[in-house]
Design a protein around this ligand. Structure first.
Ligand SMILES: Nc1nc2c(ncn2[C@@H]2O[C@H](COP(=O)(O)OP(=O)(O)OP(=O)(O)O)[C@@H](O)[C@H]2O)c(=O)[nH]1
Length: 550
């Protein structure tokens, strides 16, 4: 299906969803009027008060998520008042002004409706994204589920919906990347009697992270979710931006990029044995046969650890380590000597010149694997705090520029197509001015989540400045870059933000350039071209992507 047909199909679905929710609200209001009638005759009737509590509870949980924020808040306040009355002894119970409350709810609904009408929601394509992380959602409320599916889809997740926990039992063959469960997702008696035991039994064989959602914000609700096997609990009405960001983080942590290890070893057979052991543990290994080629090799391979013989041809291991230490870019690279040297003095001198540890020959395979993993993990953590922007998790300004320079240098030696993208949120000043800086920060963070979720782990993604982003898309033609950035643009426009009780959507503009069309350009010149294409996108109306022209 082409883009415009997809967009229309989704617009129609969302419209239907919104209409269906309004119909449901009409029924819920009718129910409230009925309960109000009962309470007018019998103000202390426990059953009617419980029904009122449950009706308001359901409204408070769903309305906010569908964008009826004022209605959700009003219902939550009233629910809390009913809960207080329910706790009082029967004779102390004061009559509740339920008819007045219904009028307040109706007025909140009208305010929400007028804000929604003024907003003009933009929608995105919904299609199946091959290889995208898969979330299983167990949610009883069909309308809420459809809304959640659409919002999670905007962030690049595939979502499979189950309307009841029972359906989960029917599919034991596949596992999702994350399981998202409404803690009350079934009518089964066993859930009502002991929810923790119910979920423990259902979920015991699942290895993926499990998140629960629920309407109660209480210690007990959180503890139940934890004991049921959940690693977190999200309260309804759901903040879909926070939820998507959390899920993206969970998935990225799980999806480990292979460690890159370089081996420099005099004994060729030993070098290839080590390569075999590490590759079997899913690491990427490069054996360097000629130590004189070290600088070219590390620039190409970008290792995260070097395993080095103490004695090599024409040069020693500590000399190589000392040379690496002189170069700013590689001075933090961990170096482990492989040696049968038992002389403590010699070992000490080697460590003083450079290098971090010794691994005794003969080398124990398990120790080797664990040592490589732990050193690379430490390096990655260090790099992460040093190079990443705290709000978005993307590379900071200097690091994305360095990544672009590295990529450009690599393509001087090895033909590779890459694209540079400059991206900027439209009219962002207005977002800050209308909703405040903190909400503006959430919008920036959402772009970060979307980018990390949507692009490959080999792509370089950076926050270039305030609300401006720079991307380096590796092994990517301009056609593919345009397709991906356009799809990102549409998905971003479909995200619903909430600020000061109002919902709103944002758009972004982007400029794209590919290195193949400008072979004489430096990295800086490519970046400038992408920036000019971005300005073209802004000048021709925003919410679009422009390709740099020759
Ligand atoms: N909330 C928040 N705002 C920021 C941050 N960094 C920059 N800004 C704001 O981003 C706004 C950028 O505004 P402009 O450069 O005028 O652009 P714009 O309003 O997005 O308009 P166009 O780009 O022309 O569509 C300024 O108001 C900055 O104060 C940040 O980290 N957080």
């Amino acid at each position: 299906m082409d883009d415009s047909r997809n967009t229309h199909a989704l617009s129609a679905r969302l419209e239907k969803l919104s209409e269906a929710y309004l119909t449901r609200l009409t029924l819920e209001f009718e129910r409230l009027v009925e309960i109000a009638g009962q309470l007018a005759n019998e103000p202390r009737c426990l059953e009617a008060l419980q029904q009122l509590n449950s009706a308001l509870h359901s409204l408070a949980g769903s309305a906010g998520t569908f964008g009826f924020v004022q209605l959700g808040r009003q219902a939550r306040e009233q629910e809390q008042q009913v809960a207080k009355v329910l706790e009082q002894p029967s004779n102390d119970k004061q009559p509740l002004p339920v008819s007045e409350w219904i009028a307040q709810l109706q007025s909140a609904l009208e305010t929400d409706k007028s804000q929604k009408a003024a907003m003009g929601i933009e929608t995105s394509r919904v299609e199946n994204i091959n290889g995208a992380p898969c979330i299983w959602l167990i949610e009883r409320d069909a309308m809420l589920a459809e809304y959640m599916v659409q919002q999670l889809h905007s962030f690049g997740f595939q979502v499979r919906h189950f309307s009841d926990a029972k359906e989960l039992d029917q599919d034991k063959t596949t596992t999702p990347d994350v399981l998202l469960i409404d803690h009350r997702a079934t009518q089964q008696e066993s859930l009502k009697i002991n929810p923790v035991a119910f979920w423990q039994e259902r979920l015991k064989d699942l290895t993926c992270p499990i998140l629960f959602t629920g309407t109660e914000e209480s210690f007990t609700a959180r503890l139940h979710a934890l004991r049921s096997g959940g690693s977190n609990y999200f309260v309804k009405p759901l903040d879909m931006i926070k939820l998507a960001s959390y899920v993206a983080q969970l998935i990225k942590t799980k999806d480990t990029v292979p460690e890159r290890v370089m081996v420099i070893e005099n004994d060729v057979e030993l070098a290839h044995h080590l390569q075999g052991v590490l590759e079997a543990a899913n690491m990427q290994v490069m054996v360097l046969d000629h130590p004189g080629m070290l600088f070219e090799a590390i620039n190409d391979f970008n290792p995260e650890l070097i395993l080095m013989d103490l004695w090599l041809q024409d040069v020693t291991g500590p000399e190589l380590a000392a040379l690496l230490g002189q170069m700013e870019r590689w001075s933090q690279l961990p170096v482990i000597y492989l040696s049968g040297e038992s002389n403590a003095e010699l070992r000490g001198q080697a460590l003083l010149k450079g290098g971090d540890a010794f691994l005794e020959k003969p080398i124990d395979s398990n120790l080797l694997i664990n040592l490589c993993r732990s050193r690379v993990k430490r390096l990655r953590n260090l790099e992460h705090t040093k190079n990443r922007d705290g709000l978005t998790g993307l590379l900071k300004h200097a690091s994305i520029k360095e990544a672009l320079q590295d990529q450009w240098q690599l393509t001087q030696r090895k033909a590779q197509t890459f694209c540079v993208v400059m991206l900027d949120i439209d009219h962002f000043k207005k977002v800050n001015d209308t909703h405040g800086h903190a909400v503006g920060d959430l919008v920036i963070a959402a772009v970060g989540t979307l980018l990390r979720q949507r692009f490959r782990s080999t792509d370089k993604l950076g926050r270039y400045g305030g609300e401006e982003f720079a991307l380096v898309m590796i092994d990517c033609t301009s056609d593919n870059a345009l397709r991906m950035v356009n799809s990102l643009r549409e998905d971003f426009a479909a995200i619903q933000f909430t600020g000061g009780g109002k919902q709103f959507a944002c758009t972004l503009s982007a400029g794209v350039v590919d290195n193949q069309h400008f072979p004489d350009d430096t990295a800086e010149a490519l970046l400038n071209r992408a920036d000019r294409a971005l300005y073209q996108a802004k000048n021709s109306g925003r919410n679009r992507v422009c390709l740099a022209a020759n």
